[in-house]
Design a protein around this ligand. Structure first.
Ligand SMILES: Nc1ncnc2c1ncn2[C@@H]1O[C@H](COP(=O)(O)OP(=O)(O)O)[C@@H](O)[C@H]1O
Ligand SMILES: [Mg+2]
Length: 266
C-alpha cells in the first residue's frame, strides 16, 4: 500500500532558488527509504514538506499525499492528529526539545498520555522498554534525571525512544543519529530497522551519511542542490549508480560498508 507520494515538490525561501526542486518519489508501507545529500542539498526542506511544516517565508509547490490525503487539503486539526499518531519525527537535535527543568520520566509520561490511554504500570513498562532499545543504561536513573544531567547523546536517544514509543506507521528522521558516536549510532539504526520488522513501521530518513543510508535502506535517493538526482532500489543504486555524484558518495564508503556493497554485487 502506498503511504506517501511526493509529487513535483518545490520550495523556495528567497523566490529565486529552489531549496527543493521538483522532487518526486513515493513509498509503500514497510519501506525503509533513505535520502542522502550534503549539507544544504534540501533534505530537511523535503522532510519538513512531508509533515506539512514550513518555515515562514517559504513558498512550496507540488503535492504531498500522506496516507491517501493531500496535505494541502487537511485542516490544522487533521494535520496535528496525523502527526501525533501516524507519523513521528526525529530531528537532528530532538533531545533539545526536552524541557531542561522537568524530569525525563514526567515528560515521557505526559507525551504518551497525550496520545494513548494506558495504566501507569503499562506506561512505565513501555518507557523502560523503549529506553533500553536505544541502549541507555540504568533506565530508572534516566527517567528520574533532568535533561541537563544527561549528555547530548543520551538526550537524543531519549528523543528517539519517545518518537518510536507510539509505533507510528511512518517514522521520519532528519539526521537522527548524526550526533551519536559510531557504536551507539549503529545500535540505534538497528533498533529503527527492528521497528519495521516487528511493527511494519515505514522509515524515511535523511542523512549526509551514505554508509548508514546504504546499510539500512530498501530505496535510496540522492539529493544535490535541491534535486533528487538518484532514486532506486538500494541494491540497484549501489550496483549501477546513474550519476557521477552518487558514484563518488558510494566510493567514500566502500570498505566501511563491505557486507551490503558485496551483497549487492553478487
Ligand atoms: N528557513 C530558511 N530560510 C532561508 N533559506 C533556507 C531555510 N532553510 C533552508 N534554507 C536553504 O535551503 C537550502 C536547503 O536547505 P536544507 O533543506 O536545510 O538542506 P539540508 O537539510 O540538506 O542541509 C539551503 O541552501 C539552505 O540555506
Ligand atoms: Mg538538514
Amino acid at each position: 500500500m502506498e503511504i506517501l507520494r511526493v509529487n513535483n515538490f518545490s520550495v523556495t525561501y528567497d523566490g529565486e532558488h529552489n531549496a527543493a526542486d521538483h522532487v518526486s518519489f513515493s513509498m509503500e508501507q514497510g519501506d525503509i527509504v533513505c535520502i542522502v545529500g550534503e549539507s544544504g542539498s534540501g533534505k530537511s526542506t523535503v522532510l519538513h514538506g512531508v509533515l506539512g511544516l514550513q518555515s515562514p517565508g517559504a513558498v512550496s509547490k507540488g503535492r504531498v499525499t500522506l496516507f491517501g490525503s493531500d496535505l494541502s487539503k487537511l485542516s490544522k486539526a487533521e494535520l496535528m492528529k496525523l502527526r501525533g499518531e501516524q507519523v513521528a519525527m526525529i530531528f537532528q537535535d530532538t533531545g533539545r526539545y526536552l524541557n531542561p527543568i522537568s524530569r525525563v520520566g514526567r515528560q515521557f509520561d505526559a507525551f504518551l498520555r497525550y496520545h494513548v490511554r494506558m495504566s501507569d504500570d503499562e506506561l512505565h513498562a513501555l518507557e523502560k522498554d523503549m529506553l533500553q532499545r536505544v541502549h541507555l543504561q540504568d533506565v530508572d536513573r534516566v527517567l528520574s534525571a533532568y535533561p541537563f544531567e544527561l549528555s547530548g547523546g543520551m538526550r537524543q536517544r531519549v528523543g528517539i525512544a519517545m518518537a518510536m514509543a507510539l509505533k507510528p506507521k511512518l517514522l521520519l528522521g532528519d539526521e537522527p543519529t548524526s550526533a551519536l558516536d559510531v557504536t551507539v549510532q549503529a545500535q540505534v539504526v538497528r533498533q529503527m530497522m527492528d521497528l519495521r520488522d516487528k511493527y511494519g513501521t515505514s522509515l524515511l530518513i535523511v542523512t549526509h551519511n551514505m554508509g548508514v543510508a546504504a546499510y539500512m535502506s530498501d530505496y535510496l535517493g540522492v539529493m544535490q542542490r535541491g534535486r533528487l538526482v538518484e532514486w532506486g532500489r538500494t541494491e540497484d543504486v549501489i550496483r549501477d549508480p546513474q550519476t557521477d555524484y552518487t558514484r563518488k558518495l558510494l566510493k567514500s564508503v566502500i570498505g566501511l560498508n563491505d557486507a551490503r556493497l558485496k551483497g549487492a554485487a553478487v
